[in-house]
Design a protein around this ligand. Structure first.
Ligand code: ZN
Length: 568
């Protein structure tokens, strides 16, 4: 490829990427797209990335109309394609036949499921539905050091909450005998060998592309070692390695581990096994024997595809089609298991269901509906490369769903007392929802109210406000308390404020979740606690109910007197 060709290709993709993301292209996304389209360019990735960085800087300076005009000029077909992609969020699967598609969702039960899992399982399910096929939920549980029964349940519950119904649920650990059989077969055909080098030596050799002597062991010795892995050897004394290519450009292929010894109690199998397959081996075998036709995983695994197929080839197994999609995460809310777990271990976040967390139970607790998550994921679609969609998109989908059924209540933050002279004592009827028929509530008011601190600050003697749904008040005096005088019931064009009548107040604590990370650093103010008063009516709501506190936001009731801000 000539330089000019590369340059033109890069410019097209940068422009398209910018148009897909509010005018701001991202180098990592563009490189992924280009390499995805032309894998042969992988060798020149550094050079192309340099070029991309230059073009991204340039293109991001243009406004969206200029970007569109530019793309239209050099690659009008890509503009058309953009529209098509948006309409069909999920493009058809390649080589798919009706009723014959089998997808699988293979989580490792080593943590709570999060938004990234939701994307995977929903896309797996949608494709199964699209072709009247099947979805398998398979627990990839071959590392007893990391897996817990608690996590199997968490994943099952999370999937159920999302409304996903797998046709079959299974565990890789139930197939251990089968996996051993294939392991033995690999040793027999010299596709694998038992390596007893020290871990550091293996690591070093893999880095430098050096073969070790174990690679040339005869069958007899190999099998003797293989036997001893089950009985005698210490963990880390021996591993089975794939007979790959120690000089491969793709370091994954440099004789990766297929089996290792782990002496730990497995949550389902107990101490029955100590030789455990690695992810790569287990996935190849399981996908094939499970009848999976289309296996989908995130782009991070792309380099492992070569190994995936190499194992399948060696074992002469049926070949599923492996596809990649981008991982879903939000800016400042990491989904990496390491980061999520360390937040909990360090006590920065108390539990998996903390409303700041990207876990499904965290999002549920925040008041996000599973239908909103599904719609959001389908809106994003399949092909979009590594982007971090703004959380606002999910929030706006969720808002549309909860708005029609959320009761409106008054909440005053940082309450200040307003005393009204000559105030009529009356019962006021307030609609529970401006449009939907949700009834009215009656509030008895006398002469004392709580109003929001921010509203109180704006008041000046002589100004006038209307207590929403009640009457007008002329302000006489501002200080620690506000003193005013009743000034008629008629509606006038004056500022309207919410209030809570004294003796009708209920103390509310509202948790306001924010992004966990800011600039890669833990955000120590990521959970704001706001205290204020709401109307006593709020006590009738139950956990999981959602209310809109007027001029504050939608909140999910978490427990008595505690709510969580879902979004504004
Ligand atoms: Zn070795």
């Amino acid at each position: 490829m000539t330089d000019d060709e590369t340059k033109s290709l890069v410019r097209k993709f940068v422009l398209k990427n910018a148009l897909e993301h509010d005018g701001k292209a991202r180098s990592d996304t563009v490189i992924a797209k280009i390499i995805g389209l032309k894998p042969e360019l992988r060798k020149e990735v550094r050079m192309i990335l340099d070029e991309i960085n230059v073009v991204v800087d340039d293109v991001n300076k243009l406004n969206i109309n200029e970007q569109k005009a530019d793309l239209e000029r050099i690659a009008p077909e890509m503009l058309v394609q953009e529209h098509k992609e948006q309409k069909n969020a999920l493009p058809p699967l390649p080589n798919a036949e009706m009723c014959k598609v089998v997808t699988r969702f293979p989580p490792e039960p080593n943590g709570y499921p999060h938004i990234g899992h939701a994307k995977a399982v929903i896309i797996d399910e949608e494709y199964a539905k699209m072709y009247d096929g099947k979805l398998i939920l398979r627990f990839d549980d071959t590392n007893p050091l990391k897996e817990k029964l608690e996590y199997y349940d968490a994943i099952k519950n999370g999937i159920e909450w999302l409304g996903v119904k797998p046709h079959m649920i299974k565990n890789t650990s139930d197939d251990m005998e089968l996996i051993y059989k294939y392991g033995t077969q690999m040793l027999e055909i010299d596709a694998a060998y038992v390596c007893m080098c020290a871990i550091n030596t293996i690591r070093e050799n893999r880095r430098n592309g050096v073969e070790c002597e174990c690679r040339h062991l005869d069958h007899g010795h190999n099998f003797e070692r293989w036997e001893k892995m089950f009985s005698e050897y210490e963990p880390s004394q021996a591993v089975v390695r794939f007979n790959g290519d120690m000089k491969s450009e793709n370091t994954v292929m440099r004789d990766p581990t297929l089996f290792r010894i782990i002496d730990a109690e497995h949550p389902l199998q107990g101490h029955k096994y100590r030789v455990w397959p690695t992810y790569d081996l287990a996935t190849s075998i399981e996908d094939s024997v499970d009848g999976v036709t289309h296996a989908i995983r995130t782009k991070e695994y792309e380099l492992r595809n070569e190994l995936y197929y190499a194992i399948i080839d060696k074992l002469q197994l049926r070949k599923p089609l492996m596809m990649e999609f981008s991982r879903l995460e939000f800016d400042g809310i990491p989904v990496s298991k390491r980061k999520i777990k360390s937040l909990i271990e360090e006590g920065l976040v108390k539990s998996w269901n903390d409303p700041r967390m990207p876990t499904l139970i965290g999002m549920k607790r925040r008041g996000i509906l599973p239908q909103a998550i599904r719609e959001f994921i389908l809106t994003l679609g399949f092909t979009k490369a590594n982007t971090k969609p703004p959380l606002d998109v999910l929030e706006s989908i969720n808002r549309k769903m909860i708005d029609p059924s959320s009761i409106r209540l008054f909440f005053v933050n940082n309450p200040t007392i307003l005393h009204v002279k000559n105030a009529p004592v009356k019962n006021i009827k307030i609609k529970n929802h401006p449009d939907a028929y949700m009834g009215v509530r009656e509030v008895k008011v006398n002469d004392t109210f709580y109003i929001a601190g921010d509203d109180a600050k704006k008041m000046k003697p002589g100004s006038e406000v209307r207590l929403i749904g009640a009457y007008n008040v002329k302000i006489d005096n501002v200080g620690e308390k506000i003193i005013g005088t009743y000034n008629g019931d008629e509606l006038r064009n004056i500022s309207k404020i919410q209030w809570v009548s004294k003796n009708n107040e209920v103390k509310m604590t509202i948790m306001v979740p924010k992004t966990l990370y800011v600039d890669e650093q833990y955000n120590s103010t990521s959970l704001e606690i706001i205290e204020g008063y709401s109307e006593s009516y709020v006590s009738r709501l139950k956990p999981d109910d959602i209310a809109q506190f007027i001029r504050f936001g939608f909140c999910r009731i978490d427990s008595t007197n505690v709510a969580i801000l879902t979004h504004r």
